[in-house]
Design a protein around this ligand. Sequence first.
Ligand code: GTP
Ligand code: MG
Ligand code: ZN
Length: 315
Amino acid sequence: MTGASTFEARVIANRGADLLVRDEADTYYTAVPQKKLGLVVCGDRVVCDVPDAPAQVSDSPATSADAPHKDILRVSGVEPRSSVLARTDRRGQPKAIAANVSQLVVVTAPKPPFDQLLIDRYTIAARHMNVDLLLVINKADLINVANADDQADAIETLYRAIGYSVIRCSCESGQGIDALTDALSQQTSILVGQSGVGKSSLLTRLLPEASIRTGALSENSGLGRHTTTVTTWYDLANGGAIIDSAGVRQFSLEHLSGVDIQAGFIEIEKTSHDCKFRDCTHRHEPDCAVLEALSKEKISAQRYQHFLSIQSNET
Ligand SMILES: Nc1nc2c(ncn2[C@@H]2O[C@H](COP(=O)(O)OP(=O)(O)OP(=O)(O)O)[C@@H](O)[C@H]2O)c(=O)[nH]1
Ligand SMILES: [Mg+2]
Ligand SMILES: [Zn+2]
């Protein structure tokens, strides 16, 4: 399939009607995948057919946001993915959001209020994808004034104890941005979380000016000023890349099994090896190590509640 008449490119964004792709020489193109390929998403590595006439949009994305895309490339192949972030669609099937990421960056903030159930859903997704999860508590500047200290502290302590990295930061004061920059280097990360927690604002803090303007090619809104609608890839200055995604109210995981869900609660999974029954549901069985750890507060009651509720809704 590959040969002299094709070249490889990275999908920068799936804009709905078409794809924005970029080749190794940093040239951007508009492209459309062949139907048989299914959903092609941000982060995918694709094979593009070389057109008869040049289809290049521009080698200067900063100035070409309004350039006419007369020629549209055809995507004839998708490389195997190292990971895929997916949610459940209306028919109960997994729907890809982004591919080939190595780290899920779950962004939370005191405003809108913390949503721990959503964080726990992302711990399941990260485990299922076999990628790292980094928890970011953004808007640290609001934590004192909003009187949310206790909750931010509790969240930080809980997720650190489970084994996740947690970084507090603020786009307003710049707190934690250096630590975040370090945590993102050499990784392909995707920013996920509720709408309004500051994912795009963090990006404007992390990216060189030129890359921010690349966003204009994938959607018309300026970063950080509007709700993100198109999941878009950006290169980081210190190696690695970061994908900005649209905020979610719910992150459905109905396509995953009960086993997948338990695996995402890594502290419950680990403890479950000491349960008497191999198929223990950790609800009522005798000699259940999870119930025992719960009674000794070695497992968080909230995490356990979320484990039960996600299991019952989504298995
Ligand atoms: N006080 C404060 N406000 C912030 C901070 N970060 C972002 N904001 C504000 O929060 C609002 C939402 O920020 P966005 O960056 O658009 O949030 P988002 O997560 O990208 O939202 P979606 O694209 O809808 O998912 C904006 O008004 C930002 O100015 C911060 O650290 N402190
Ligand atoms: Mg956004
Ligand atoms: Zn048990």
